[in-house]
Ligand binder design. Structure first.
Ligand SMILES: *[C@@H]1O[C@H](CO)[C@@H](O)[C@H](O)[C@H]1NC(C)=O
Ligand SMILES: *[C@@H]1O[C@H](CO)[C@@H](O)[C@H](O)[C@H]1NC(C)=O
Length: 208
């Protein structure tokens, strides 16, 4: 009988362990309010579920609860307009523009002094990262840095770019780009255009 009780106790103890909250790094750094609202939603839900959150955001909260640490990159808001204008002027083609905008904003985040000093805090540990995926895998480097798993938060519709994060790029004969106006079934010329978009976006990410 005692053995049964002991086993039951052991099982109950191991279950309580599962319910302990995680230390989560949430990265929603786009200098656009709609992305900030979305990030806030993730953070609020995680806090309510008893996790501890560290939040990289350009929209710091007025009141920070004790279980939330904010890495404030709000100074990016002031300069993002000029960066945006320069990328717009330099890359007139829409596919290249979107990829380069993602890359440029991503650089503004990882090189931000608040992020750099955050990364230099010794002995810091997290259990998982939740990062916004926005046209590139820029923020996956945080997962490598902390050697922890990464969860992508994808706010666009599910098209070939987010799908390639999970599996391979789907066939352009059946799947269209997020900014494409084509609706399947695709004509031959449209298929070629979709293929071109896939090749070009990946080329820009890797080679520009
Ligand atoms: C963390 O903060 C949120 C929001 O303020 C709150 O709902 C939650 O109960 C807090 N959790 C703990 C463990 O303090
Ligand atoms: C934007 O372009 C102008 C003109 O080339 C340049 O002087 C400025 O430094 C650029 N700004 C940024 C943030 O790159």
């Amino acid at each position: 009988m005692t053995a049964t009780y002991n086993t039951l106790l052991l099982i109950l103890c191991s279950l309580t362990d599962v319910c302990i909250g995680y230390d989560i790094l949430v990265i929603f750094p786009e200098p656009t309010k709609s992305h900030g609202i979305l990030g806030d939603g993730y953070v609020r839900l995680l806090l309510e579920a008893n996790h501890k959150v560290t939040y990289i955001t350009p929209f710091p909260w007025k009141e920070t609860p004790s279980n939330l640490t904010v890495v404030d990159i709000s100074s990016n808001l002031a300069i993002s307009g000029e960066y945006m204008a320069n990328v717009t002027a330099e890359y007139t083609d829409q596919d290249t523009f979107l990829q380069m905008l993602s890359y440029t904003f991503g650089r503004m985040v990882v090189t931000h002094p608040a992020v750099q000093s955050f990364l230099r805090i010794p002995g810091q540990k997290f259990d998982v990262i939740v990062a916004e995926w926005i046209d590139s895998e820029m923020y996956s480097s945080f997962a490598g840095y902390f050697s922890i798993p990464l969860i992508w938060a994808v706010s666009t519709q599910l098209y070939w770019q987010p799908i390639r994060l999970m599996d391979e790029v789907p066939n352009p004969s059946y799947s269209v780009d997020v900014n494409s106006g084509h609706i399947p079934p695709l004509k031959f010329v449209w298929r070629l255009q979709e293929l071109k978009t896939q090749v070009k976006k990946q080329w820009v990410l890797r080679c520009s």
